[in-house]
Design a protein around this ligand. Structure first.
Ligand code: ADP
Ligand code: ASP
Ligand code: MG
Length: 465
Protein backbone atom coordinates (compact mmCIF):
# COMPACT_ATOMS: atom_id res chain seq x y z
CA UNK A 1 0.00 0.00 0.00
CA UNK A 2 1.19 3.51 -0.68
CA UNK A 3 0.63 6.80 1.06
CA UNK A 4 -0.70 9.70 -0.99
CA UNK A 5 -0.72 13.12 0.64
CA UNK A 6 -3.65 15.13 -0.68
CA UNK A 7 -3.63 18.89 0.02
CA UNK A 8 -6.84 20.82 -0.68
CA UNK A 9 -6.64 24.62 -0.96
CA UNK A 10 -9.17 27.20 0.21
CA UNK A 11 -11.39 27.07 -2.86
CA UNK A 12 -11.46 23.25 -2.71
CA UNK A 13 -13.10 23.50 0.74
CA UNK A 14 -14.91 26.84 0.35
CA UNK A 15 -18.45 25.57 1.02
CA UNK A 16 -20.41 22.35 1.58
CA UNK A 17 -20.55 21.57 -2.16
CA UNK A 18 -16.76 21.90 -2.48
CA UNK A 19 -16.21 19.76 0.64
CA UNK A 20 -18.54 17.10 -0.84
CA UNK A 21 -16.39 17.07 -4.00
CA UNK A 22 -13.26 16.79 -1.88
CA UNK A 23 -14.71 13.83 0.03
CA UNK A 24 -15.48 12.15 -3.29
CA UNK A 25 -11.91 12.67 -4.54
CA UNK A 26 -10.41 11.23 -1.33
CA UNK A 27 -12.82 8.29 -1.39
CA UNK A 28 -11.76 7.62 -4.99
CA UNK A 29 -8.10 7.36 -3.95
CA UNK A 30 -8.96 5.07 -1.03
CA UNK A 31 -11.05 2.86 -3.33
CA UNK A 32 -8.05 2.61 -5.66
CA UNK A 33 -6.03 1.06 -2.83
CA UNK A 34 -4.10 4.19 -1.81
CA UNK A 35 -3.65 5.42 1.75
CA UNK A 36 -4.68 9.10 1.71
CA UNK A 37 -3.39 11.61 4.25
CA UNK A 38 -5.36 14.84 3.87
CA UNK A 39 -4.10 18.38 4.50
CA UNK A 40 -6.62 21.23 4.20
CA UNK A 41 -6.50 25.00 4.07
CA UNK A 42 -8.95 27.28 5.79
CA UNK A 43 -12.17 27.82 3.82
CA UNK A 44 -11.44 30.38 1.09
CA UNK A 45 -10.88 33.99 2.22
CA UNK A 46 -11.06 33.02 5.92
CA UNK A 47 -7.36 33.76 6.51
CA UNK A 48 -7.76 37.21 4.94
CA UNK A 49 -10.79 37.93 7.11
CA UNK A 50 -9.09 36.76 10.30
CA UNK A 51 -6.20 39.08 9.52
CA UNK A 52 -8.67 41.91 8.93
CA UNK A 53 -10.36 41.20 12.26
CA UNK A 54 -6.96 41.27 14.00
CA UNK A 55 -6.11 44.55 12.32
CA UNK A 56 -9.43 46.15 13.32
CA UNK A 57 -9.00 44.99 16.90
CA UNK A 58 -5.44 46.28 17.08
CA UNK A 59 -6.72 49.69 15.95
CA UNK A 60 -9.25 49.69 18.74
CA UNK A 61 -12.25 48.89 16.54
CA UNK A 62 -13.60 46.18 18.79
CA UNK A 63 -17.08 46.03 17.31
CA UNK A 64 -15.77 45.77 13.75
CA UNK A 65 -13.44 42.93 14.75
CA UNK A 66 -16.18 41.02 16.55
CA UNK A 67 -18.47 41.66 13.57
CA UNK A 68 -16.01 39.96 11.20
CA UNK A 69 -15.60 37.07 13.60
CA UNK A 70 -19.41 36.83 13.88
CA UNK A 71 -19.74 36.49 10.11
CA UNK A 72 -17.13 33.71 10.11
CA UNK A 73 -18.88 31.97 13.01
CA UNK A 74 -22.10 31.87 11.01
CA UNK A 75 -20.33 30.66 7.86
CA UNK A 76 -18.68 27.74 9.68
CA UNK A 77 -21.82 26.81 11.58
CA UNK A 78 -23.95 26.85 8.43
CA UNK A 79 -21.41 24.75 6.53
CA UNK A 80 -21.19 22.19 9.34
CA UNK A 81 -24.98 22.01 9.64
CA UNK A 82 -25.36 21.40 5.90
CA UNK A 83 -22.62 18.77 5.84
CA UNK A 84 -23.52 16.91 9.01
CA UNK A 85 -27.26 17.46 9.12
CA UNK A 86 -28.67 16.16 12.40
CA UNK A 87 -25.38 14.75 13.71
CA UNK A 88 -23.59 18.05 14.14
CA UNK A 89 -24.15 18.79 17.87
CA UNK A 90 -20.56 18.19 18.95
CA UNK A 91 -19.11 20.04 15.98
CA UNK A 92 -21.40 23.03 16.54
CA UNK A 93 -20.14 23.15 20.11
CA UNK A 94 -16.53 22.93 18.90
CA UNK A 95 -17.18 25.86 16.53
CA UNK A 96 -18.89 27.94 19.24
CA UNK A 97 -16.07 27.33 21.70
CA UNK A 98 -13.44 28.29 19.15
CA UNK A 99 -15.19 31.51 18.19
CA UNK A 100 -15.74 32.38 21.86
CA UNK A 101 -11.99 31.99 22.34
CA UNK A 102 -11.25 34.02 19.24
CA UNK A 103 -13.57 36.83 20.40
CA UNK A 104 -11.83 36.89 23.75
CA UNK A 105 -8.47 37.30 22.02
CA UNK A 106 -9.87 40.07 19.78
CA UNK A 107 -11.32 41.92 22.79
CA UNK A 108 -7.96 41.67 24.56
CA UNK A 109 -6.25 42.96 21.46
CA UNK A 110 -8.67 45.90 21.25
CA UNK A 111 -7.71 46.77 24.82
CA UNK A 112 -3.93 46.52 24.46
CA UNK A 113 -3.81 47.83 20.88
CA UNK A 114 -0.69 45.93 19.89
CA UNK A 115 -0.71 43.10 17.39
CA UNK A 116 2.45 41.02 17.68
CA UNK A 117 3.42 38.41 15.05
CA UNK A 118 2.80 35.74 17.68
CA UNK A 119 -0.79 36.89 18.32
CA UNK A 120 -1.39 37.24 14.59
CA UNK A 121 -0.41 33.58 14.10
CA UNK A 122 -2.68 32.52 16.93
CA UNK A 123 -5.60 34.41 15.35
CA UNK A 124 -5.13 33.09 11.80
CA UNK A 125 -4.66 29.53 13.06
CA UNK A 126 -8.41 29.37 13.78
CA UNK A 127 -9.07 29.10 10.03
CA UNK A 128 -7.27 25.77 9.56
CA UNK A 129 -8.19 24.47 13.04
CA UNK A 130 -11.88 24.86 12.22
CA UNK A 131 -11.83 23.75 8.59
CA UNK A 132 -9.86 20.57 9.34
CA UNK A 133 -12.24 19.47 12.08
CA UNK A 134 -15.39 20.17 10.04
CA UNK A 135 -13.94 18.40 6.99
CA UNK A 136 -12.86 15.36 9.00
CA UNK A 137 -16.41 15.03 10.36
CA UNK A 138 -17.88 15.52 6.89
CA UNK A 139 -15.66 12.69 5.62
CA UNK A 140 -16.87 10.42 8.42
CA UNK A 141 -20.49 11.28 7.57
CA UNK A 142 -19.72 10.14 4.00
CA UNK A 143 -18.37 6.77 5.06
CA UNK A 144 -14.64 7.54 5.15
CA UNK A 145 -12.86 6.44 8.31
CA UNK A 146 -11.31 9.88 8.85
CA UNK A 147 -9.47 10.99 12.00
CA UNK A 148 -8.85 14.64 12.80
CA UNK A 149 -5.26 15.45 13.78
CA UNK A 150 -4.21 18.83 15.20
CA UNK A 151 -1.43 19.96 12.83
CA UNK A 152 0.35 21.64 15.74
CA UNK A 153 1.14 18.20 17.15
CA UNK A 154 2.97 17.25 13.95
CA UNK A 155 4.48 20.37 12.38
CA UNK A 156 7.18 21.47 14.80
CA UNK A 157 8.81 24.77 13.81
CA UNK A 158 11.19 27.40 15.12
CA UNK A 159 9.71 30.57 16.67
CA UNK A 160 9.86 32.86 13.66
CA UNK A 161 6.18 33.77 13.79
CA UNK A 162 4.40 34.34 10.45
CA UNK A 163 7.21 32.62 8.53
CA UNK A 164 8.35 29.75 10.72
CA UNK A 165 10.95 27.23 9.58
CA UNK A 166 9.92 23.60 10.03
CA UNK A 167 12.20 21.25 11.94
CA UNK A 168 12.34 18.22 9.67
CA UNK A 169 13.71 15.60 12.04
CA UNK A 170 11.02 16.39 14.64
CA UNK A 171 8.29 16.39 12.01
CA UNK A 172 9.38 12.95 10.80
CA UNK A 173 9.33 11.63 14.34
CA UNK A 174 5.89 13.08 15.06
CA UNK A 175 4.47 11.95 11.73
CA UNK A 176 5.55 8.42 12.64
CA UNK A 177 3.92 8.75 16.06
CA UNK A 178 0.70 10.57 15.16
CA UNK A 179 -0.03 9.81 11.50
CA UNK A 180 1.57 6.46 10.63
CA UNK A 181 -0.48 4.40 13.13
CA UNK A 182 -3.72 5.87 11.73
CA UNK A 183 -2.62 5.14 8.16
CA UNK A 184 -1.61 1.60 9.11
CA UNK A 185 -5.01 1.09 10.70
CA UNK A 186 -6.63 2.01 7.37
CA UNK A 187 -7.83 5.39 8.61
CA UNK A 188 -7.59 8.75 6.81
CA UNK A 189 -5.84 11.46 8.88
CA UNK A 190 -7.18 14.98 8.19
CA UNK A 191 -5.12 17.93 9.40
CA UNK A 192 -4.91 21.67 8.77
CA UNK A 193 -2.13 23.08 6.62
CA UNK A 194 -0.22 26.31 7.25
CA UNK A 195 -0.07 26.04 11.06
CA UNK A 196 2.47 24.52 13.39
CA UNK A 197 3.87 25.00 16.86
CA UNK A 198 7.26 25.68 18.37
CA UNK A 199 8.98 23.57 21.01
CA UNK A 200 6.98 25.34 23.76
CA UNK A 201 3.70 24.48 22.00
CA UNK A 202 3.01 28.07 20.90
CA UNK A 203 1.16 28.32 17.58
CA UNK A 204 3.19 29.40 14.52
CA UNK A 205 2.48 29.61 10.78
CA UNK A 206 4.54 28.82 7.68
CA UNK A 207 3.67 32.03 5.79
CA UNK A 208 0.79 32.82 3.43
CA UNK A 209 -0.06 29.97 1.10
CA UNK A 210 1.78 27.63 3.49
CA UNK A 211 -0.66 24.70 3.31
CA UNK A 212 1.15 23.48 0.19
CA UNK A 213 4.31 23.42 2.28
CA UNK A 214 2.57 21.39 5.01
CA UNK A 215 1.45 18.90 2.37
CA UNK A 216 5.01 18.49 1.14
CA UNK A 217 6.43 18.24 4.68
CA UNK A 218 3.98 15.49 5.58
CA UNK A 219 4.63 13.74 2.26
CA UNK A 220 8.37 13.88 2.89
CA UNK A 221 8.04 12.69 6.48
CA UNK A 222 5.91 9.68 5.51
CA UNK A 223 7.88 8.90 2.33
CA UNK A 224 4.67 9.25 0.36
CA UNK A 225 4.35 7.85 -3.15
CA UNK A 226 2.93 11.18 -4.41
CA UNK A 227 2.07 14.60 -3.05
CA UNK A 228 -1.12 15.96 -4.62
CA UNK A 229 -1.86 19.69 -4.53
CA UNK A 230 -5.58 20.10 -5.29
CA UNK A 231 -6.56 23.62 -6.33
CA UNK A 232 -8.97 25.57 -8.56
CA UNK A 233 -7.10 25.39 -11.89
CA UNK A 234 -6.13 22.42 -14.07
CA UNK A 235 -2.50 22.53 -12.94
CA UNK A 236 0.50 24.77 -13.44
CA UNK A 237 -0.38 26.89 -16.45
CA UNK A 238 1.80 28.75 -18.93
CA UNK A 239 0.93 31.87 -16.93
CA UNK A 240 -1.69 32.98 -14.39
CA UNK A 241 -4.98 32.26 -16.20
CA UNK A 242 -6.49 35.31 -14.53
CA UNK A 243 -4.09 37.43 -16.59
CA UNK A 244 -4.16 35.33 -19.77
CA UNK A 245 -7.36 33.33 -20.21
CA UNK A 246 -5.74 31.34 -23.04
CA UNK A 247 -2.96 30.04 -20.76
CA UNK A 248 -2.33 26.34 -21.31
CA UNK A 249 -1.79 23.57 -18.79
CA UNK A 250 1.82 22.43 -18.51
CA UNK A 251 1.62 18.64 -18.43
CA UNK A 252 5.03 18.01 -16.91
CA UNK A 253 7.66 20.28 -15.37
CA UNK A 254 10.87 19.75 -13.40
CA UNK A 255 11.31 20.39 -9.68
CA UNK A 256 13.83 23.08 -10.52
CA UNK A 257 11.49 24.89 -12.89
CA UNK A 258 8.51 24.66 -10.51
CA UNK A 259 10.60 25.99 -7.62
CA UNK A 260 11.75 28.92 -9.71
CA UNK A 261 8.17 29.71 -10.79
CA UNK A 262 6.85 29.52 -7.24
CA UNK A 263 9.62 31.73 -5.91
CA UNK A 264 8.96 34.31 -8.61
CA UNK A 265 5.28 34.61 -7.82
CA UNK A 266 3.22 31.83 -9.41
CA UNK A 267 0.71 31.60 -6.57
CA UNK A 268 -0.33 28.08 -7.52
CA UNK A 269 2.51 26.71 -5.34
CA UNK A 270 4.09 28.00 -2.14
CA UNK A 271 7.82 28.51 -2.85
CA UNK A 272 9.05 26.06 -0.21
CA UNK A 273 6.76 23.23 -1.34
CA UNK A 274 9.24 21.64 -3.66
CA UNK A 275 12.08 21.25 -1.14
CA UNK A 276 10.81 18.29 0.90
CA UNK A 277 9.69 16.58 -2.30
CA UNK A 278 13.08 17.03 -3.96
CA UNK A 279 14.91 15.74 -0.92
CA UNK A 280 13.07 12.43 -1.14
CA UNK A 281 12.41 12.52 -4.87
CA UNK A 282 8.64 12.33 -4.40
CA UNK A 283 6.66 13.41 -7.47
CA UNK A 284 4.19 16.26 -6.92
CA UNK A 285 0.95 16.55 -8.88
CA UNK A 286 -1.06 19.78 -9.18
CA UNK A 287 -4.72 18.93 -9.80
CA UNK A 288 -8.12 20.64 -10.10
CA UNK A 289 -10.71 19.68 -7.49
CA UNK A 290 -13.44 21.11 -9.73
CA UNK A 291 -12.30 18.95 -12.63
CA UNK A 292 -10.73 15.88 -11.00
CA UNK A 293 -10.51 13.80 -14.15
CA UNK A 294 -8.04 16.25 -15.70
CA UNK A 295 -4.45 14.93 -15.58
CA UNK A 296 -3.07 18.14 -14.05
CA UNK A 297 0.65 18.89 -13.89
CA UNK A 298 3.29 16.39 -12.83
CA UNK A 299 6.39 17.84 -11.18
CA UNK A 300 9.28 15.41 -11.53
CA UNK A 301 13.05 15.49 -11.11
CA UNK A 302 13.83 15.28 -14.83
CA UNK A 303 11.33 16.76 -17.24
CA UNK A 304 11.39 15.70 -20.89
CA UNK A 305 12.93 17.99 -23.48
CA UNK A 306 10.61 20.77 -24.67
CA UNK A 307 10.73 22.52 -28.03
CA UNK A 308 9.61 25.85 -26.53
CA UNK A 309 12.28 27.67 -24.52
CA UNK A 310 9.91 28.51 -21.66
CA UNK A 311 7.40 26.50 -19.66
CA UNK A 312 5.69 29.35 -17.85
CA UNK A 313 5.75 33.06 -17.01
CA UNK A 314 5.39 34.23 -13.41
CA UNK A 315 4.90 37.69 -11.98
CA UNK A 316 5.59 39.02 -8.54
CA UNK A 317 4.01 42.36 -7.73
CA UNK A 318 4.31 44.90 -4.91
CA UNK A 319 8.09 45.01 -5.10
CA UNK A 320 10.39 47.97 -4.60
CA UNK A 321 13.67 48.98 -6.17
CA UNK A 322 16.35 50.58 -4.03
CA UNK A 323 19.15 52.46 -5.75
CA UNK A 324 22.30 53.02 -3.72
CA UNK A 325 24.47 55.60 -5.43
CA UNK A 326 28.02 56.37 -4.32
CA UNK A 327 30.58 57.46 -6.86
CA UNK A 328 33.97 55.72 -6.72
CA UNK A 329 33.37 54.00 -3.39
CA UNK A 330 31.43 51.24 -4.96
CA UNK A 331 34.15 48.95 -6.08
CA UNK A 332 36.13 49.31 -2.91
CA UNK A 333 36.66 46.19 -0.93
CA UNK A 334 33.84 45.26 1.42
CA UNK A 335 31.34 47.82 0.15
CA UNK A 336 28.75 45.36 -1.11
CA UNK A 337 29.13 43.41 2.09
CA UNK A 338 28.19 46.50 4.08
CA UNK A 339 25.08 46.98 1.95
CA UNK A 340 23.99 43.37 2.38
CA UNK A 341 24.67 43.49 6.12
CA UNK A 342 22.00 46.18 6.38
CA UNK A 343 19.44 44.03 4.56
CA UNK A 344 20.40 41.14 6.77
CA UNK A 345 19.95 43.22 9.92
CA UNK A 346 16.38 44.02 8.84
CA UNK A 347 15.77 40.37 7.85
CA UNK A 348 14.85 41.52 4.38
CA UNK A 349 15.42 39.15 1.45
CA UNK A 350 16.82 40.65 -1.76
CA UNK A 351 15.40 39.25 -5.01
CA UNK A 352 17.60 40.82 -7.64
CA UNK A 353 20.83 42.84 -7.69
CA UNK A 354 22.57 44.81 -10.40
CA UNK A 355 25.65 47.00 -10.11
CA UNK A 356 27.33 49.69 -12.16
CA UNK A 357 30.38 51.81 -11.56
CA UNK A 358 28.47 54.21 -9.33
CA UNK A 359 25.37 52.42 -8.17
CA UNK A 360 23.89 49.24 -6.81
CA UNK A 361 20.20 48.53 -7.46
CA UNK A 362 18.40 45.92 -5.41
CA UNK A 363 14.83 44.72 -5.34
CA UNK A 364 12.94 43.64 -2.24
CA UNK A 365 9.39 42.60 -1.46
CA UNK A 366 9.09 44.27 1.90
CA UNK A 367 7.52 47.68 1.84
CA UNK A 368 7.20 48.24 5.57
CA UNK A 369 10.89 47.85 6.29
CA UNK A 370 12.04 50.15 3.49
CA UNK A 371 12.21 53.47 5.38
CA UNK A 372 14.36 51.88 8.10
CA UNK A 373 16.61 50.15 5.57
CA UNK A 374 16.94 53.36 3.56
CA UNK A 375 17.87 55.28 6.71
CA UNK A 376 20.67 52.81 7.46
CA UNK A 377 21.86 52.74 3.85
CA UNK A 378 22.00 56.52 3.70
CA UNK A 379 24.91 56.37 6.14
CA UNK A 380 26.87 54.78 3.26
CA UNK A 381 25.61 56.58 0.19
CA UNK A 382 22.72 58.37 -1.48
CA UNK A 383 19.61 56.22 -1.46
CA UNK A 384 16.44 56.33 -3.54
CA UNK A 385 13.60 53.87 -3.48
CA UNK A 386 10.52 53.35 -5.59
CA UNK A 387 7.57 51.04 -4.98
CA UNK A 388 4.87 49.52 -7.21
CA UNK A 389 7.28 47.46 -9.28
CA UNK A 390 6.70 44.01 -10.73
CA UNK A 391 9.18 41.27 -11.49
CA UNK A 392 8.32 39.21 -14.55
CA UNK A 393 10.09 35.88 -14.75
CA UNK A 394 10.17 33.45 -17.66
CA UNK A 395 11.15 29.94 -16.66
CA UNK A 396 12.26 26.98 -18.73
CA UNK A 397 15.17 24.55 -18.83
CA UNK A 398 15.26 24.64 -22.58
CA UNK A 399 16.57 28.21 -22.75
CA UNK A 400 20.01 26.68 -22.03
CA UNK A 401 22.13 26.90 -25.13
CA UNK A 402 19.50 28.60 -27.30
CA UNK A 403 20.57 31.82 -28.98
CA UNK A 404 18.46 34.88 -29.55
CA UNK A 405 15.93 34.25 -26.78
CA UNK A 406 16.70 37.49 -24.95
CA UNK A 407 16.17 39.43 -28.16
CA UNK A 408 12.75 37.82 -28.58
CA UNK A 409 11.82 38.60 -24.96
CA UNK A 410 12.76 42.25 -25.17
CA UNK A 411 11.23 42.65 -28.59
CA UNK A 412 7.91 41.41 -27.19
CA UNK A 413 7.98 44.11 -24.51
CA UNK A 414 9.75 46.83 -26.48
CA UNK A 415 7.10 49.44 -25.52
CA UNK A 416 7.67 48.86 -21.78
CA UNK A 417 10.24 50.64 -19.62
CA UNK A 418 12.51 47.90 -18.19
CA UNK A 419 14.29 48.87 -14.97
CA UNK A 420 16.48 45.84 -14.25
CA UNK A 421 17.32 42.59 -16.01
CA UNK A 422 18.70 39.35 -14.65
CA UNK A 423 19.39 35.84 -15.77
CA UNK A 424 20.02 33.42 -12.93
CA UNK A 425 23.12 31.25 -12.92
CA UNK A 426 20.84 28.22 -13.11
CA UNK A 427 20.16 29.42 -16.66
CA UNK A 428 16.54 28.41 -16.40
CA UNK A 429 15.04 31.80 -15.81
CA UNK A 430 15.11 35.22 -17.34
CA UNK A 431 13.62 38.03 -15.32
CA UNK A 432 13.15 41.73 -15.51
CA UNK A 433 11.63 44.49 -13.45
CA UNK A 434 8.97 46.87 -14.74
CA UNK A 435 6.26 49.17 -13.38
CA UNK A 436 3.40 47.24 -11.84
CA UNK A 437 0.93 48.94 -14.17
CA UNK A 438 2.73 47.51 -17.23
CA UNK A 439 2.93 43.93 -15.92
CA UNK A 440 -0.28 42.40 -17.28
CA UNK A 441 0.16 43.75 -20.77
CA UNK A 442 3.80 42.63 -20.84
CA UNK A 443 2.77 39.12 -19.82
CA UNK A 444 0.08 38.91 -22.47
CA UNK A 445 2.54 40.03 -25.10
CA UNK A 446 5.22 37.53 -23.96
CA UNK A 447 2.63 34.77 -23.78
CA UNK A 448 1.53 35.45 -27.35
CA UNK A 449 5.17 35.36 -28.47
CA UNK A 450 6.31 32.19 -26.74
CA UNK A 451 3.16 30.05 -26.58
CA UNK A 452 1.91 30.60 -30.07
CA UNK A 453 3.05 27.16 -31.26
CA UNK A 454 3.31 25.17 -28.04
CA UNK A 455 5.00 21.75 -27.93
CA UNK A 456 2.13 19.22 -27.65
CA UNK A 457 4.33 16.82 -25.66
CA UNK A 458 4.57 19.36 -22.81
CA UNK A 459 1.48 21.57 -23.06
CA UNK A 460 -2.20 20.68 -23.17
CA UNK A 461 -2.66 21.99 -26.68
CA UNK A 462 -5.96 20.16 -27.14
CA UNK A 463 -7.60 22.46 -24.56
CA UNK A 464 -7.01 25.48 -26.81
CA UNK A 465 -8.99 24.12 -29.77
P1 ADP B 1 -5.24 27.28 -3.26
O1 ADP B 1 -6.21 28.02 -2.42
O2 ADP B 1 -5.79 26.03 -3.84
O3 ADP B 1 -3.91 27.08 -2.60
P2 ADP B 1 -4.18 29.51 -4.75
O4 ADP B 1 -5.14 30.63 -4.95
O5 ADP B 1 -3.13 29.66 -3.70
O6 ADP B 1 -5.02 28.18 -4.54
O7 ADP B 1 -3.44 29.19 -6.13
C1 ADP B 1 -4.19 28.94 -7.30
C2 ADP B 1 -4.23 30.19 -8.15
O8 ADP B 1 -2.90 30.49 -8.58
C3 ADP B 1 -4.99 30.02 -9.44
O9 ADP B 1 -6.36 30.27 -9.28
C4 ADP B 1 -4.31 31.05 -10.38
O10 ADP B 1 -5.05 32.23 -10.51
C5 ADP B 1 -3.00 31.39 -9.69
N1 ADP B 1 -1.83 31.20 -10.54
C6 ADP B 1 -0.81 32.07 -10.68
N2 ADP B 1 0.09 31.63 -11.55
C7 ADP B 1 -0.33 30.43 -12.00
C8 ADP B 1 0.18 29.48 -12.92
N3 ADP B 1 1.34 29.64 -13.56
N4 ADP B 1 -0.53 28.33 -13.10
C9 ADP B 1 -1.69 28.13 -12.46
N5 ADP B 1 -2.23 29.01 -11.58
C10 ADP B 1 -1.57 30.15 -11.36
N1 ASP C 1 -4.96 29.65 4.68
C1 ASP C 1 -3.58 30.07 4.44
C2 ASP C 1 -3.56 31.27 3.51
O1 ASP C 1 -4.58 31.69 3.00
C3 ASP C 1 -2.70 28.97 3.95
C4 ASP C 1 -3.09 28.35 2.62
O2 ASP C 1 -4.24 28.41 2.20
O3 ASP C 1 -2.21 27.76 1.99
O4 ASP C 1 -2.51 31.84 3.31
MG1 MG D 1 -2.27 28.39 -2.26
Amino acid sequence: MSVVVMKFGGTSVEDPAAIERTAGIVAGRAAAGKQPVVVVSAMSKVTDQLLRAADEAARGNREAAIGISGGLRERHKTAAAALLRKKDGEVQQFIEEHFNQLDEILRGLAAILELTPRISDLIVSFGERLSSRIIAEAFVARGLDAAHVDAREVILTDSQYQKATPIDAQIEKRAEEKLRPLVNAGRVPVMGGFIGANEAGITTTLGRGGSDFTGALVGGALNAETIEIWTDVNGIMTTDPRICPDALRVKVISFEEAAELAYFGAKVLHPATILPAVRKNIPVAVLNSRNPSNEGTRIVSLAPHCKSPFKSIAVKKRLSIIDVVASRMLMTHGYLKEIFTIFDKHQCAVDMVSTSEVSVSLTVDSNEKLPLIAADLSELADVKYEGRKALVCLVGEDIRGQNGIAAQVFNAIRHVNVRMISQGASEINMSFMIDEDDAEEAIRSLHATFFNEPDPAIFDVAARK
